[in-house]
Design a protein around this ligand. Structure first.
Ligand SMILES: NC(=O)c1ccc[n+]([C@@H]2O[C@H](COP(=O)([O-])OP(=O)(O)OC[C@H]3O[C@@H](n4cnc5c(N)ncnc54)[C@H](OP(=O)(O)O)[C@@H]3O)[C@@H](O)[C@H]2O)c1
Length: 282
């Protein structure tokens, strides 16, 4: 049964002076008109941070969802990503123009480089172009996704600017502890994709169920709270309206220090994450 109480989601600061909602929604849970309709309902329910990408081929439906929701554009925090094939000077600019056309808007709140794709060697050029697009007002904040420290260092040494966000695969099963500490030391917010853990299944573990039973919350809330309690942004996605409230209701309870120690035993280690030195997406 869907809950009618509006979802209240706090924001956390970004290093450029802005702020980002700490919980958002992914957009891979449906396609076309079904996505436009469900996502419009998600926005009406109170979600403000929407995560899409040129690569998802769903920006048209996301733009339509914003329109159907009736929410003022300035209330939405819209993220899209530069596809691998759009990396490079002019292509990044053209790629964003196409995204804006499909999204039916004249700016995005956050533009991320989707994957570093080191074999192409175009990440720095792409980053430089994104900073220009930001200065022109087409993008409010600039960040990356799936970058490792040495790849972030390259962007910084060429421009003196760190991304405000690095969106990475994150759940108690892929805790990325060292990477997150490094990001925090540079003022970069960690945003977790696949925060419910996917095939690593942190929701199915006995310890997660024990904690959820003690706190009287869903296992999904334990898994998502684990990330937000450590300062990360999460973007869980669900096509089931009855899950939207619990996926965002992460601020009315806390995990204890012992819960965090117990959940740390689920970490499969950095080797279990996709390696951005070799994994590329176009
Ligand atoms: N930057 C990147 O490289 C990258 C890569 C992958 C994804 N992403 C982004 O991250 C978003 C989230 O990742 P994701 O969709 O892969 O994974 P996710 O949000 O962690 O999990 C989605 C799955 O969990 C189920 N689910 C949602 N809420 C649940 C709940 N309360 N209890 C039990 N199951 C629940 C959904 O099924 P139902 O629909 O049936 O509820 C769906 O099967 C994506 O939509 C995308 O925007 C980014």
């Amino acid at each position: 049964m869907a809950n009618d109480t509006p979802i209240q989601i706090p924001t956390i600061p970004l290093s450029d002076g802005g702020a980002i909602p700490q919980v958002g929604t992914g957009t891979l849970f449906a396609k076309g008109n079904e996505l436009a309709e469900l996502l419009a309902q998600t926005i009406r329910a109170g979600y403000r941070l929407l995560d899409t990408a040129a690569q998802y081929a769903n920006e048209g439906a996301v733009g339509e969802a914003i329109r159907r929701s009736g929410a003022p554009r300035e209330e939405i925090f819209l993220t899209t990503k530069v596809a691998g094939m759009d990396q490079g000077r002019d292509l990044t600019r053209r790629g964003l123009a196409e995204s804006l056309r499909r999204l039916n808007t004249d700016y995005v709140d956050l533009l991320l480089i989707h994957w570093p794709n080191p074999s192409r060697g175009l990440a720095v050029e792409t980053w430089q172009e994104m900073l220009e697009l930001q200065s022109e007002g087409l993008v409010k904040h600039v960040g990356v996704s799936n970058f490792l420290p040495h790849q972030l260092e390259e962007l910084h040494s060429a421009t003196g600017v760190w991304p405000v966000v690095n969106q990475i695969q994150l759940s108690p099963a892929l805790a990325r502890t060292e990477l997150r500490a490094w990001l925090a030391s540079k003022g970069i917010v960690t945003e977790g994709w696949r925060p419910l853990g996917g095939s690593e299944r942190p929701m199915d573990q006995i310890i997660t169920h024990k904690i959820a039973n003690r706190l009287g919350v869903h296992v999904s809330q334990v898994v998502l709270r684990w990330a937000v309690q450590q300062g990360a942004v999460v973007i869980p996605s669900s096509g089931k309206p009855e899950r939207w409230h619990s996926n965002a209701d992460l601020f009315s309870f806390e995990l204890t220090e012992q819960d965090m120690i117990d959940l740390a035993t689920l970490d499969l280690g950095e080797d279990a994450a996709w390696d951005a030195n070799t994994h590329e997406e176009w």
